[in-house]
Design a protein around this ligand. Structure first.
Ligand code: GDP
Length: 138
């Protein structure tokens, strides 16, 4: 079943010049880029996006990081896109990420970990709708 997921190339990876290399990994893995935009987001926008983590101790630092510089917002599509992107990303903490994953190759720390990917169908729907209007997804 063709499925859509939402992804971010996070500010650390954009800052380090890894945008093209990460897009190449996504392309090689068979994802279609439905929509893509580079943006700088505010801390309140980051707080709304990560509201499920609002009680976590790292919430404020995470939102400062996500609003610290440009990032790349994407909607990706393929069979089994949500699970396949999570696999391609690797573990949240790059120290635990498998060889060949994006986080193993490009992430610097558990917070500055290069890429975001939705973890389920309901979160993918929320996240796509949070950053993209319907006319950007045709
Ligand atoms: P993900 O689904 O693999 O991105 O991980 P989570 O949903 O658990 O966490 C969201 C994001 O919060 C992660 O991608 C990291 O950027 C950050 N994060 C998660 N755990 C920690 C932590 O223990 N410390 C810090 N500083 N950031 C974290």
């Amino acid at each position: 079943m063709t499925q859509r997921t939402f992804s971010i190339i996070k500010p650390d990876a954009v800052r380090k010049g890894y945008t093209g290399a990460i897009l190449a990994e996504i392309d090689k893995a068979g994802f279609k880029i439905v929509s893509l935009k580079k943006a700088s987001i505010s801390k309140p926008q980051a707080q709304g996006f990560y509201h499920v983590h609002s009680e976590r101790p790292f919430f404020s630092d995470l939102c400062d990081f996500m609003s610290s510089g440009p990032l790349v917002l994407m909607v990706l599509e393929k069979e089994n896109a949500i699970a396949d992107l999570r696999k391609l990303m690797g573990a949240t903490n790059p120290a635990n990420a498998e060889e060949g994953t994006i986080r193993k190759k490009f992430a610097g720390s558990i917070q500055e970990n290069a890429i975001h990917g939705s973890d389920a169908e309901d979160t993918a729907a929320f996240e796509i709708g949070y950053w993209f209007a319907g006319y950007e997804l045709v």
